[in-house]
Design a protein around this ligand. Structure first.
Ligand code: AMP
Length: 209
């Protein structure tokens, strides 16, 4: 199974990417996670992308296309967080053509803005393993501690009100051209993703059957 997951920040791409990659035995390629890891390692790429990420801006296309080139191959994958603008959609298309890779679907996780803001402003992530929680809807068993690896739960640096606002603006600006691109390719599948994780996942499973 080869899937491209698309949606606004807070639409649940990362969460669905985890369950989908387990279920379909596919490699999870989450661009945001890869970039955060580079920042943590203080690598050359990490140093180049850090300030964009802190401001909620997209990292320049040429930096992220290299990452995609290295991570996409003929095996199964769930791609989360790429493409995020029309130029990236064209780059992905040419990478796949060159590598002779086809994909099954482009899934748009559709969520209204109020729900997105609520999710992002109350999101907690594990500093160690990256697992996601929500203060109210999906709290950890022990306050501040990850259920999976006992790591410390923190708020992402880009989940502050000003940066959330910026990230949503960027999404609104870029999304139409991407949706048009995949609609034209006949691969666009829109899924109502405003419910909780398992309900959204069973919707996706049903569609992909
Ligand atoms: P995410 O975890 O998907 O919300 O991504 C966090 C941040 O990583 C974004 O706000 C961007 O700064 C950067 N980022 C992730 N994916 C991309 C992409 N496809 N193009 C450019 N920047 C990206």
């Amino acid at each position: 199974m080869r899937i491209i997951l698309f949606g606004a920040p807070g639409s649940g791409k990362g969460t669905q990417a985890v369950v989908m990659s387990e279920y379909y035995k596919a490699k999870k390629v989450s661009l945001g996670d890869i970039l955060r890891e580079e920042v943590k390692k203080n690598s050359e790429l990490g140093a180049q992308v850090k300030s964009y990420m802190e401001k909620g801006l997209l990292v320049p296309d040429e930096l992220v296309s290299r990452v995609i080139e290295e991570n996409i191959d003929g095996g199964s994958f769930i791609l989360d967080g790429y493409p995020r603008n029309a130029a990236q959609a064209a780059v992905l298309d040419s990478i796949m053509k060159r590598k002779k890779i086809d994909y099954d679907a482009f899934i748009y996780l559709d969520v209204n803005e109020a729900t997105l803001i609520n999710r992002l402003s109350k999101r907690l992530v594990c500093k160690r393993c990256g697992a996601n929680y929500h203060l109210i809807n999906m709290p950890p068993k022990t306050n501040g501690i990850c259920d999976k690896c006992s790591g410390e739960l923190i708020q992402r640096k880009d989940d502050t009100p000003e940066v959330i606002k910026k990230r949503l603006e960027v999404f609104v600006k870029e999304s139409k051209s991407i949706l048009d691109f995949y609609q034209k390719q006949g691969k666009l599948i829109k899924v109502d993703a405003s419910n909780e994780r398992d309900e959204v996942f069973s919707r996706i499973k049903k569609i992909l059957k």
